[in-house]
Design a protein around this ligand. Structure first.
Ligand SMILES: [Zn+2]
Length: 126
């Protein structure tokens, strides 16, 4: 059975989407993804690198390393919530709606990671 490209509802073979709403949301997504793809990927890479670098220097310079990792986690979390751009393979696998939800969850996860690093720092400094 073929599935709607957006919400994964079952549809007939000559359709792409189950309803106009799904078609519209998919188009809106690609317009947004097109417009923000570059800044998104730059911020994404910089923050991921920042989180790893922050954790790497954490043993040497705890407050500085932690601050760096926390800020990068927060920025990445907000970025993924505001601009949830899943990868192409995720969209293929889960369909757009679920892939976007998963990406938002990853964003929330990044924020939790930031909070955990802050907690870790508080334990180390006390
Ligand atoms: Zn649909």
């Amino acid at each position: 059975m073929k599935k709607c490209d957006y919400c994964a509802k079952e549809i007939s073979y000559d359709e792409m989407y189950c309803c106009e709403e799904c078609e519209k949301l998919t188009k809106d997504y690609y317009i947004r993804a097109d417009r923000y793809a570059k800044p998104f990927s730059v911020i994404n890479v910089v923050c991921l690198f920042g989180v790893m670098a922050g954790m790497f220097i954490f043993p040497m310079a705890k407050p500085f390393g932690a601050a760096m990792a926390i800020i990068c986690c927060a920025v990445l979390g907000v970025l993924l919530l505001v601009l949830p751009f899943p990868t192409e393979s995720m969209i293929r696998k889960f369909k757009m709606k679920k892939a976007i939800q998963i990406t938002r969850l990853v964003g929330i996860g990044m924020m939790f990671l930031g909070v955990m690093i802050a907690g870790l720092l508080a334990i180390f400094l006390s």
